[in-house]
Ligand binder design. Structure first.
Ligand SMILES: C[S@@+](CC[C@H](N)C(=O)[O-])C[C@H]1O[C@@H](n2cnc3c(N)ncnc32)[C@H](O)[C@@H]1O
Length: 247
């Protein structure tokens, strides 16, 4: 995540409209946006009338989010941190958009996030997130794209180029690098290593069950269709039990 260019290369898409529609369907009011980044989508949630706790460990991303006009509407609380900052029993939904689920590289860190989310949801609360299907091997398409993305430094108007180089896929983790250069001189102003874990449908399903989620629904695209073998992204929608049964 490079906040300087993130919003410019991640424009509004079908996935964003899907998340808004799904939240509307569930009728939630208080949500946590975990891994909110620059608040790209958070501000749209606020426009829909939701109250949001927006959390991300990336300080510069949260600073970028706070500078946005709508971010001061009183409906968003910005927090620098991770899932440990979620309050117990507090949210109607926790959402992780744009593949935040893939930043947790170890099984322990992933299981911890799910446990924290479960703890943070009210009974009957919703956990919603997307993650790419490893079987679709999206990285094979990424690697064909050798042209840089273009952006502009919003502070000084400098035209920028974002170059991506690919290291490859190993142990379910795909590694690549993003480099931001000044378009005119080619001078590198930022470089970031990005690693994404590609978990299978079955792995995610069983990790949700292990954390206590009982009802789990999975969509296979941004039109609310069921997943198939070709599905590019799974969208998980898990619900916390409404009541506790005595043992
Ligand atoms: C691809 S961005 C998605 C940002 C945002 N959700 C969106 O829709 O634009 C992934 C985000 O996950 C955040 N992230 C990294 N480690 C995290 C962690 N341990 N807990 C929560 N978020 C984390 C990154 O800082 C980054 O902002």
């Amino acid at each position: 995540m490079i906040p300087l260019v993130y919003d410019q290369v991640n424009r509004w898409g079908k996935d964003d409209a899907f998340f808004i529609a799904l939240l509307k369907k569930t009728g939630v009011k208080n949500i946590a946006d975990l891994g909110c980044g620059t608040g790209r989508l958070t501000t749209h949630f606020a426009k829909e009338g939701l109250h949001i706790t927006a959390i991300d460990p990336h300080e510069a991303a949260i600073a970028t989010a706070k500078r946005k006009k709508i971010s001061n509407c009183g409906k968003i609380t910005w927090i620098i941190g991770d899932s440990s900052k979620l309050h117990a029993n507090s949210y109607d939904a926790v959402i992780m958009t744009a593949n935040v689920a893939q930043v947790f590289l170890t099984n322990d860190s992933w299981q911890q996030v799910i446990a924290d989310v479960y703890h943070a949801l009210k009974p009957g609360g919703h956990f919603i997130f997307d993650t790419r299907n490893p079987q679709a091997k999206i990285w094979e398409q990424w690697e064909k794209d050798v042209t840089p993305d273009e952006a502009v430094n919003q502070e000084n108007g400098d035209p920028l180029e974002i170059w991506t180089s690919y290291e490859g896929f190993q142990n379910q983790i795909y590694t690549f690098y993003e480099t931001v250069k000044l378009a005119q001189s080619g001078k590198v102003i930022m470089k970031e290593k990005i690693q994404l874990k590609f978990r299978t449908y079955e792995e995610i399903h069983s990790s949700l069950r292990k954390a206590g989620f009982s009802q789990i629904h999975v969509y296979g695209d941004w039109e609310f269709q069921e997943p198939t073998a070709e599905t590019k992204s799974f969208i998980f929608h898990a619900e916390k039990r409404k009541t506790h049964h005595a043992q």
